[in-house]
Write a protein that binds this ligand. Structure first.
Ligand code: SF4
Length: 79
């Protein structure tokens, strides 16, 4: 499919996924927030985080189809 000569079909990429909403039912159940209240615990050093090191928004095993903030945190954090 093309429009104005641009190819509209791209391979699905993690970066295309929507950001997790803090008010999402599962997010609020796990107290997820975009900015961790802890100095030493955030999504970027949680074992459940996936995706590319250095990306600001990355997939998390607990929230399929969404991206969480690397600076975020939830109560399921595991180091
Ligand atoms: Fe962040 Fe929680 Fe996912 Fe760990 S489990 S990456 S703390 S959202």
């Amino acid at each position: 499919v093309t429009l104005g000569g641009k190819n509209l079909i791209r391979p699905a990429q993690a970066s295309d996924l929507p950001h997790l909403d803090e008010n999402d039912a599962q997010a609020s159940a796990l107290k997820y927030i975009h900015k961790s209240p802890y100095e030493d615990r955030n999504c970027s050093n949680c074992v459940l985080l996936q995706g590319e090191m250095g990306d600001e928004w990355r997939p998390c095993q607990l929230f399929p189809g969404k991206l969480v903030s690397s600076s975020g945190w939830c109560s399921a954090w595991a180091g």
